[in-house]
Structures are given as C-alpha cells and as structure tokens.
Write a protein that binds this ligand. Structure first.
Ligand code: UDP
Length: 405
C-alpha cells in the first residue's frame, strides 16, 4: 500500500506537507478518473500510483475503465495515430462504433462525482451521454499539435463540452479550441516496482531469468511495438553501433490491451532483426513485468527512445531516474526532460547515423555516461516525480470546483 510518508526521504517534508495542505481543501469531495486500460502504456502507469496516493491524502478518488470490443480499440488506435497526424478513413461506421461503445458504457456507469477526469480520446464522447452536473476535464496525453483535420473537427464537438483540457506540453496548445487549456507534465513513481532501487545481484538474477546475458554491454528501447516508437529504426541504428562497439540490443514491448497494432509491428521488427536475433545479439521481449523493465533499464549502458512522435515519453523519465544517459528523438515531451548534451542527447528522429554515433560515444566514454546520468536523475527528482503530479491534480480539482462556484 502506497503512503505519502514513504516519499519524505525523496522529496522532503515540505513537499509532502504542501500536498496535505492542498488536500484539506478537498476533504469530502469525490472525483473519478476514466481511461481505457488498467495496464500497458503511460496513462495506466501513472494512474496506478496517482489514484492510491490521492486517496491516501484523504481525497476520495476512483478509477474506471471504459469497456470496448476489438473493433472499438482498432478504431480508437487509428484515432490515436491520426490525432498525431496519420491519415485516416473516417467512415460513418467507425464513428458509430466509437459513439455506441461510449453510450453503452454510460448506461451501466453512474456518475455522481464532484468532478470527472477523462483520459485520452477513447472515452471522450462519454460527456454527451450524461446530464452534466459537475466539471469534466479532458486529459490528453498525446501530441495534438498537428492532428488530422477531419478527425480533429469530429472530436472537437465533444472536447468543447469540457470545462478544461490538460496537455503535457505548451507546444500542444490549440488556438482553435475555445476551452481553457493547462499544462500538466507527467511523472513517474520512484517507489514502484519499475523504479525502486535494486541491488546489482538482484538485477543480475532478474535478467538471468529473462535470458539476458551480461557478458557484454547492451543498449535498450522499452516501448510498445508501435510504428510511432520506430522499433525498426532502432534495429537499423543498432546495426551501425555494432560496427564500432560489440554490444547487444534489448527491445522490450508488452502488448497493451487497448493497442491492437502490437503483434503486427512486433512481427515486422522480428523480420528486420532476423539474423541478429539468431546470433543472440538482439533480444525481443513481449513479456510484461515491471521489475524486469526496472532491471533492464538499470543494467543498460545507454537507453534509446527513437520515437517519431511522443506524447511525453515516460520511458525517458524512467531511464533518467536510473542515472542512465538517454539518446532520444527531439519530439513531443522528450525535450522537456533531456537537456541536449547535459542529461542525454537529442536527435531528429530520422537521423539513424546520429543516433548510432551518440550511442557509440556514450558506450566508449563511461565517465561521460555517468555524469549525464547524475544530471538526469536530479532533473527528474525536481520536476517529474509522482508527488508533483499529485500536487498539480489537487490544484486542478480545486480550481475547477472553485470556478463552478
Ligand atoms: N512499458 C512497460 N513494458 C513494456 C513497454 C512499456 O512496462 O514492455 C511501460 C514503460 O516502462 C512506461 C510506459 O509503459 O512506463 C510507456 O509510457 P510512455 O509514456 O513511454 O509511452 P506510451 O506507451 O504511453 O506511448
């Protein structure tokens, strides 16, 4: 059971006392988060910690999951991609499935909370199915700076009903959206199984269980098998790294239940890395385990995040927290986290050569890698830990309730 006191030694007394002061204003209030999966991906990752810690601060909060069938999730994944700019054939049938699933869910889900937080596009139209008597907030975790126009216009009719929209970066502000927009940066839980401290022995035994040898260094990308995470590009850059340094590549991507594209992209990545997998130099893992991710990130020499688009990129935060140098694309929320040349390196997503060169540089210079890691951890401690996120949510709920009067 997570307790706020457990964070005292990480963020200090003042920060925890400030959270408890903010929570007092919300005693007796009750609000709810809704998204579409309990596990897989960054949103579930944050809610898993945020919800119990909010309750521990004595502010009553629940978490509900929108249920949908595979058609629904295939469509909402297309929406997700298209909100980040991909093309879509937005047919009436797709819109209907999207709306019907939300309507069905609303029939058996009563909402009598003081405020509602809806995460991402899947449950977005729910707002239309209720007699709204409380503030509703749409928390958008993806990069919506250049969405597909047609889809954006379709979804805007729902977004406009919300009291506030929360985005992860100032760059995602929508001038054509007449709804108050606020930036809340995501965060990680330093005490979760994914981020807690592990001894070297423990790391070694976990990696042994998952068949990852430690006889030579390895680099890693931890990400769902998703075209936007560019797993093929990671294989390509690794081929170049290998020409200069003998190391392995470990790619880990569990399958999120709201992401039907995973198996297809995994298969393509496997084909791309075929010979390297056979020789044991590329290791692909689809098993889901937080402690395994923790161990991989801790044992890796360099962490890669070669995304083409990225809402925020919690995997970058996790890597930095573990004092690892991160070589990543200059997209989405990643530049908020990495100061280029200080806590890692930022590159254009298509710059395979650049990714390889920077990775080689770090593999060959452990001192540089170490000093970057130290700076990265400090940045995360100040700005991207779950206690700061909790504090921002308490402000948010207080503000929307006050605005209501
Ligand atoms: N993750 C995981 N196992 C995997 C792949 C990803 O636990 O095989 C976790 C990862 O550690 C991170 C989250 O899923 O906590 C991904 O969040 P991020 O913001 O990086 O990307 P998203 O999946 O939300 O696009």
């Amino acid at each position: 059971m997570l307790r706020l006191e457990d964070y005292l030694h990480i963020v200090g007394d003042e920060e925890i006392a400030r959270i408890l002061r903010k929570a007092r204003k919300l005693y007796g209030r009750h609000f709810v988060h809704m998204n579409s999966t309990y596990h897989g991906g960054g949103v579930a990752e944050m809610l898993t910690t945020l919800v119990p810690l909010t309750n521990d601060a004595n502010v009553d909060v629940g978490w509900r999951i929108l249920h949908g069938n595979s058609d629904f999730f295939a469509i909402t994944k297309q929406f997700h991609n298209s909100m980040q700019g991909a093309d879509i054939r937005l047919t009436e049938a797709k819109k209907q499935i999207f709306l019907d699933t939300n309507r069905q869910f609303s029939i058996f889900t009563h909402i009598d909370h003081d405020a509602v937080v809806i995460h991402d596009p899947q449950p977005l139209p729910l707002i239309r199915n209720y007699q709204k008597t409380q503030p509703w907030i749409w928390r958008c975790h993806i990069d919506i700076s250049e969405p597909n126009r047609e889809l954006w216009d379709f979804l805007k009719q729902f977004i406009i009903r919300y009291d506030m929209v929360i985005i992860s970066s100032d760059d995602y502000r929508k001038p054509d959206l007449p709804v108050e927009q606020r930036v809340i940066e995501p965060a990680i839980n330093p005490l979760s199984a994914k981020n807690e401290e592990l001894t070297d022995e423990h790391v070694g035994s976990i990696l042994g269980n998952f068949g990852i040898p430690l006889d030579k260094p390895f680099i890693t990308q931890i990400s769902r098998f998703d075209p936007w995470k560019d797993p093929m590009g990671v294989v390509d850059m690794y081929r170049k790294v290998r020409e200069k340094v003998d190391c392995r590549l470990v790619m880990c991507g569990s399958m999120a239940s709201d992401d039907p594209e995973g198996y297809d992209v995994y298969e393509k990545t496997r084909e791309r890395a075929g010979d390297l997998i056979d020789s044991g130099n590329v290791i692909l893992i689809t098993y889901e385990s937080n402690i395994m991710v923790n161990a991989i990130q801790r044992a890796a020499s360099v962490i890669i995040q070669k995304s083409l688009r990225e809402g925020f990129g919690l995997t970058v935060t996790e890597g930095l927290w573990k004092e690892k140098p991160v070589v990543a694309s200059r997209v989405g929320g990643i530049p908020l986290q990495i100061e280029d040349g200080e806590s890692g390196f930022l590159l254009e997503p298509g710059d395979v050569e650049g990714f390889a060169d920077r990775t080689v540089e770090l593999l060959q210079d452990p001192e540089l890698a170490g000093s970057m890691g130290v700076k990265g951890r400090e940045r995360v401690r100040k700005r991207f830990l779950i206690t700061r996120l909790l504090s921002d949510y308490l402000d948010l709920i207080t503000d929307v309730l006050e605005a209501r009067g």
